[in-house]
Structure formats: C-alpha cells, structure tokens
Write a protein of this length. Structure first.
Ligand SMILES: Cc1ncc(COP(=O)(O)O)c(C=O)c1O
Length: 370
C-alpha cells in the first residue's frame, strides 16, 4: 500500500469497522481531532457563558443514540422524522399534524417570518427580546415595531396589544424572554392571544419554558388558528449543536409553514432526530438539569448582588443584570479569565446577560469579578 493511500484510508477513518462504534475520538481523523475538534466548546480553559447552552448535555441517552446510529448515516431514512413527530406530539398532547420540524427553532422562526411576510405590513416585538431571526422579516419588507419592556423588564403585553393594527402580520412573544429571563403569567398570555385579531400571527417562543414550571400554550392551538409555538432541543435538552427544533400549531398553519420549507421536516439530520427521540425519554436528565441550573443560578444571583449588580429574577438558564454600579472593567475581567459572556443589551442602565453554567464555572465567574 502506498503512503498516500494509507494516509487517505486513515483520514476517511476506515479503521472504524474493526474498532467498533463506542468511542468517537478513537476513529476521528488525527488531523481533525487535533486541529479542529478540540476547541469547539468543551475546552476546560474557556468558560462559555454566552449562548444559553446546556453545560451538562446532551443526555446520556442522546449520546448513545448518536453513537449507536452512526452507521446508518448513509441513508436518508425519512421515517425517522415520522417517529420523532409522533413522539413530540405525544409529549405535548397534540396530533402529529400539529408538528413541523426544523433545523433548530431558528429555522422555525425563519419559516414563520417568510410566511408572515407574504403580504406587506408590520410586526410587533418586545425590546429587548430575542431578535436575531427578525432580519428575515426586515429583509422581506415588514416594518419593525419595537415595544419597550416594563420597568421590571417584563414584556409589556398591554402595550404590545395596543401596537397591533390592521397591518400587523406578526406579533412575537418570547416566554420566558431572552435576554431578561422574565416570564409572562399564563392567564395574561391567554388573554393577550385571545385579543389578537385572527389575521395577525402570534408566535410564542418557548425555548426556555422547561426551566420553569409553567405549562406550554400549545393546548390553545385548537381554538387559536393564528397561534404558533416555537420549541427547541437546544436548551434544556442540550442539543444546540445538533440543530433541532419544532413548531406546534393548527394543522392548516403547519401546512402553510411547511410550504415555506424546501425539505419539509427533513432539514435535520437522522442522527439529530434519533438523539431527540432519545432525549424525550430522559426525564431524569431534564429534571437534573433543571435542579442544577436553579442551584447555580441562585448562587450567581446572590453573589452578583453582593457585587452591587442589580439582578432581574430569572426563569431561565441565564441572568440579566446591571453593571451600572460595578466599578471595574467587567468585559476586561471576563477576557483576562477566559470567560465568554455577552454584550450590553441596554446601554442605558448597562444591562448585560450571563448564561448559567456549571457551579464550578459560576464560582470562577464570580471570583473573576471580585
Ligand atoms: C429565545 C430563543 N429562541 C430561539 C433560539 C434559537 O435556538 P435554536 O435555533 O438553537 O433552536 C434561541 C437561541 O438562543 C433563543 O434564545
């Protein structure tokens, strides 16, 4: 065998068959593992508190699903989508016809944006809220109407309601809200949704709802055909990199959204779908993450308060706090300690956000600020 051919065989990992499938690192190409894989998120030297990922995930069942099924990645396996949709529907007490899968909830937000923009008009969104995805709405010509939060950083549902007019194609509610971590009461949301004209889409983003004890609004889809719920496996399920999310809505709405997606339900890889199926079975993992997050969050909030930082009560895996009374250079301290945080969301009041990582990471974060 020539040296080139040996190298080529090594690089495409033909050693896999004899090694077995239990240890991914053992058959990753040495070139890839040394130069690329080692610095993609689980590097002990860098503390990533930036994007509200789950520091404990994926769940052990999801990891096993990935590894056990690598060898079927050569097939399209469209049936896996049907299986996942049926499991998601059961979990949320809706029907399979009420579910649309996307590559992360980002794809779901994007197809909703495309559908909402078929006619010209405006959209209503809280400020600050999760708005990276709204670039599609802007590009497609919908006018943005940003509604400030209340003074306690909650979504101002009344002002949002008042902002809706005959040209409003979409109103977006992030519950709990990113970046503030605040939650709207369920009965207030139900009243709000009921008040919205049926010609306006109501998009409720429940990316972080599993960090709360509040029930999803998905049981309202039968009575509110304009309601779309966006959900994701990226947060408490720990599958951010696997890119898998979904919409729950009335079946007509799901068909409308599906028509905006070129490969309906199949932009997600088979492995990610199988990992999501496994994740849905791992209630213990979800419960453990909920508890660990709460403990680390409570600790961080109490320590931030000792450092004169005003904190907003969080219902999520991140904390919104003010640096107005923090006299040191926060961003420099993060940089010096290899900690990745975020920016100011509101310059006025110097409000920023930090993701809740593992307890030892949060201790290092606080130590860096002290
Ligand atoms: C509120 C909210 N919605 C949606 C997303 C997108 O998540 P993904 O595309 O990974 O499902 C995020 C990501 O941070 C988020 O914070």
């Amino acid at each position: 065998m020539t040296a080139n051919r040996r190298l080529w065989l090594k690089q495409i990992g033909l050693g896999i068959a004899s090694i077995g499938l239990t240890n991914i690192k053992s058959y990753a190409s040495p070139i890839l593992s040394e130069n690329i894989f080692d610095n993609l998120g689980n590097d002990d030297k860098i503390i990533i508190l930036r994007s509200n990922e789950n520091p404990y995930g994926p769940s052990p069942l999801a990891r096993k699903a990935f590894v056990d099924n690598i060898n079927i990645s050569n097939r399209y396996n469209w049936d896996v989508a049907t299986h996942l949709i049926s499991d998601i529907a059961a979990k949320n007490s809706v029907k399979a016809e009420n579910i649309l899968l996307g590559a992360g909830s980002t794809e779901i937000l994007d197809v909703v944006a495309k559908f909402a923009s078929l006619d010209k008009g405006n959209y209503v969104i809280a400020d600050p809220s999760y708005d990276y995805w709204t670039v599609t709405l802007d590009d497609l010509g919908l006018k943005k109407n940003k509604i400030p939060l209340t003074s306690d950083k909650k979504i101002n549902l009344q002002a949002m309601q008042e902002a809706i007019n005959k040209d409003t194609k979409l109103v977006y509610i992030c519950n709990p809200n990113n970046p503030t971590g605040t939650i709207s009461e369920r009965n207030e949301l139900v009243n709000f949704i009921t008040s919205v004209p049926s010609t306006t889409l109501v998009l409720v983003d429940e990316a972080y709802l599993e960090f709360t004890k509040q029930q999803s609004l998905c049981n309202l889809i039968g009575t509110h055909p304009n309601l779309i719920i966006a959900k994701t496996f990226s947060k408490i399920y720990g599958l951010a990199g696997a890119r898998i999310g979904y919409a729950i809505a009335n079946s007509t709405m799901i068909n409308n959204l599906a028509s905006m997606q070129s490969n309906t339900n199949n932009s997600v890889s088979v492995l990610s779908k199988l990992a999501a199926i496994a994740s849905l079975k791992d209630d213990k993992f979800v419960y453990d993450c909920y508890t660990l997050n709460k403990t680390a969050r409570d600790f961080t909030i109490s320590e931030l308060k000792k450092l004169n930082c005003q904190c907003i009560d969080s219902n999520t895996n991140f904390i919104y706090f003010s640096l107005a009374n923090f006299k040191k250079d926060y961003f420099k301290l993060l940089e010096n300690n290899n900690i990745q945080g975020t920016r100011f969301y509101e310059e006025n009041g110097k409000w920023t956000r930090i993701t809740v990582g593992k307890m030892d990471e949060m201790k290092k974060f606080i130590k860096a600020l002290q």
